[in-house]
Design a protein around this ligand. Structure first.
Ligand SMILES: Nc1ncnc2c1ncn2[C@@H]1O[C@H](COP(=O)(O)OP(=O)(O)O)[C@@H](O)[C@H]1O
Ligand SMILES: [Mg+2]
Length: 412
């Protein structure tokens, strides 16, 4: 397939008519750049065309033709790309970029979808907190394995009969887990979609996550450099809230963000330093744990330590030590069922690392380290779908324990 549009009419900015001939034959760099540009323009057009992805991989040939005509159209209407040869190579490049994850692309770009579950040819999504069973969206199991292959290729990891599991991050930051038969009865792909994490604190107020008083209090907690622990169950909005709070940190403070996945990205903060843990896999031999990153953070002299989620006992202990030795304004999240439970979980993690320390001593350390605990809860509707996410409790933690040796919490 050759496009013969080497000569096109154009009008220059000065208003003079001219004939321009763009010749790509001599320069590979020029052609590569032109191809890159044209694929970029094509992707933009496809993004704007909601009907484009209406089928799965089986109609790849049809897509190929569609794409050929779209590229021709773009090239014809742009002086810079006139003369570009639209051969098989360019079409394949465009196809693989556009169909990176085939039909999944559609769901990954939907801002309201938080989770995607694939079980063989069937798909289930969680959209706006509601589960929707979409039935058989793939035409054949080969299409599903094509997605598995793409994920394998992009992540550089393997899933096969020897290790039938794969955990990877997709190109857009979504977390993906794959299990294949015969360990499982079907191919299971579970994706936690990375998307709407980029709220401002005002947006969360608008979504009724908290009231005006809590809004003012949260802002004050950040500006007063209080150490905040955000608790709740999975999906209750801990990371989302943490992300909005981090954005309130003044621009002249040095922040170290320690995360398992780069969920929080502080693009506009000049001194935000992102550190990400790395599990031990067969591809990477040496694990990089949370505690190692907390240790490095102390040497990097950060003003604030943000620990995405406390789950490692050594990291929990180190964090408590750091907070008790002058680090202020640190935020983290923890999986817990209430404010009191959050403190207890932190205490248990620290004790797991230092079992010889007395419970009272650890409790004292926790009470001194943490200034405020927030507890988030999901409100469910009658179908058990998430209706809303709310800050259920805000508790201030006093520095000392009560007579019985318990935390002194002041609830707001
Ligand atoms: N107040 C909110 N209103 C609507 N959606 C929210 C709200 N808070 C969080 N979300 C969405 O809920 C999903 C889970 O939130 P996340 O912060 O990752 O939860 P957690 O860290 O507790 O597991 C994300 O897609 C996020 O965008
Ligand atoms: Mg989280």
């Amino acid at each position: 397939m050759v496009l013969s549009n080497n000569m096109v009419n154009c009008s220059s900015n000065e208003g003079n008519s001219c004939i321009k001939n763009t010749d790509f034959s001599g320069s590979t760099i020029k052609r590569d750049q032109a191809e890159k540009d044209i694929i970029g323009l094509l992707k933009k057009r496809i993004r704007d065309d909601i009907k484009f992805f209406s089928d799965s991989f089986s109609s790849r040939q049809q897509y190929r033709e569609k794409i050929y005509y779209m590229i021709s159209d773009i090239a014809n209407s742009s002086v810079a790309h006139a003369g570009l040869y639209i051969g098989d190579e360019l079409l394949e490049k465009a196809l693989s970029e556009i169909f990176g994850l085939g039909i999944l692309e559609n769901y990954l770009s939907d801002k309201k979808i938080t989770d995607i579950f694939i079980q063989d040819r069937q798909m289930l999504i969680i959209r706006d907190g509601r589960k929707q069973f979409l039935g058989e969206v793939f035409n054949s199991i080969d299409d599903v394995y094509l997605i598995v292959d793409r994920i394998k290729l992009a992540s550089g990891k393997t899933v096969d009969q020897r290790v039938p599991f794969l955990n990877a991050e997709l190109y857009d930051g979504s977390r993906c887990s794959i299990v294949i038969p015969p360990v499982s009865d079907r191919v299971y792909i579970t994706i936690r979609v990375f998307n709407c994490i980029d709220f401002e604190l005002e947006n969360l107020l608008g979504l009724k996550m908290f009231d005006d008083d809590a809004f003012t209090m949260l802002k004050k907690l950040v500006s007063d450099k209080k150490n905040i622990l955000i608790s709740g169950s999975t999906g209750s909005g801990k990371t989302t809230l943490l992300n909005t709070l981090v954005k309130l940190i003044p621009q002249n403070e040095i922040i170290n963000l320690i995360q398992d996945l780069p969920e929080i990205r502080l693009k506009n903060h000049p001194f935000a330093r992102m550190l990400t843990t790395r599990p031990k896999t067969r591809e990477t031999d040496n694990e990089i744990s949370q505690d190692r990153l907390v240790y490095e953070t102390l040497r990097m002299k950060a003003d604030r330590i943000i620990l995405g989620e406390v789950r490692d006992c050594m990291a929990a202990y180190q964090l408590l030590q750091a907070l008790n030795t002058g680090h202020r304004g640190s935020f983290s999240t923890i999986h817990a069922d209430s404010c009191a439970d959050a403190l207890m979980r932190l205490e248990m993690l620290a004790m797991e690392y230092r079992p010889n320390l007395s419970s009272r001593l650890i409790k004292k350390t926790v009470s001194r380290a943490i200034d405020a605990v927030l507890f988030l809860e999901c409100e469910l509707d009658k179908n058990q779908d998430i209706k809303n996410r709310k800050i259920k409790e805000i508790a201030q933690v006093e520095d000392c324990l009560d007579k019985r040796g318990d935390y002194k919490l002041i609830f707001h």
